[in-house]
Write a protein that binds this ligand. Structure first.
Ligand code: IDP
Ligand code: MG
Length: 158
């Protein structure tokens, strides 16, 4: 169990549909902290590096086109078990099938325009955060509510 930092991208559909605030609130309300944030237009080159694992898949060209088509909001999100907590908050990739209660389940009904990206493991989180943020762009701070967001009485977060 650990404090982790993960990369979240509010995709072009989230920005265009005016859902940035509501999606950020989901992460904040869960007890996670935004430690980095920037709006940007992702270049084709950056999209290719970020989604290299999907190169050659049938949906790859459409995915790169989508992700480079309009501004995104890139976030570094930190907290107890942040990687899996964020994936659960996001819901499954195919928003048509995923349950209401998740970000994708509540706000999307598309398999490709599914509003958010979130790192899927410790290694990808580290490399994706480094791909989008310089070290000095990540703020190392605690929120006053952290003491009540998880239990540290045993010496490790629970
Ligand atoms: P994830 O975003 O839930 O981790 P991945 O499998 O890593 O899902 O796929 C990356 C992104 O590619 C998805 O979020 C979605 O936007 C798009 N995508 C994945 N599978 C499909 C598909 O079968 N058709 C169209 N787009 C897809
Ligand atoms: Mg993925």
């Amino acid at each position: 169990m650990a404090i982790q930092t993960t990369l979240i991208i509010l995709k072009p559909d989230a920005v265009q549909r005016g859902l940035m605030g509501r999606i950020i609130s989901r992460f904040e309300e869960k007890g996670l902290t935004v430690v980095g944030a920037k709006m940007m237009l992702i270049t084709k080159e950056l999209a290719g590096r970020h989604y290299a694992v999907h190169a050659g898949r049938p949906f790859y060209d459409g995915l790169v086109k989508f992700m480079t088509s309009a501004p995104v909001l890139v976030l570094a999100v930190r907290g107890h078990e942040a990687i899996s907590v964020c994936r659960t908050l996001m819901g499954e990739t195919n928003a048509v099938k995923t349950l209401p209660g998740s970000i994708r389940g509540d706000f999307s009904c598309s398999r490709s325009f599914n509003l958010v990206h979130g790192s899927d493991g410790e290694e990808t989180a580290a490399s994706e955060v480094a791909l989008f943020f310089k070290k000095e762009e990540l703020l190392d701070y605690t929120r006053v509510t952290d003491a009540w967001a998880w239990d540290t009485s045993s010496g490790k977060p629970e």
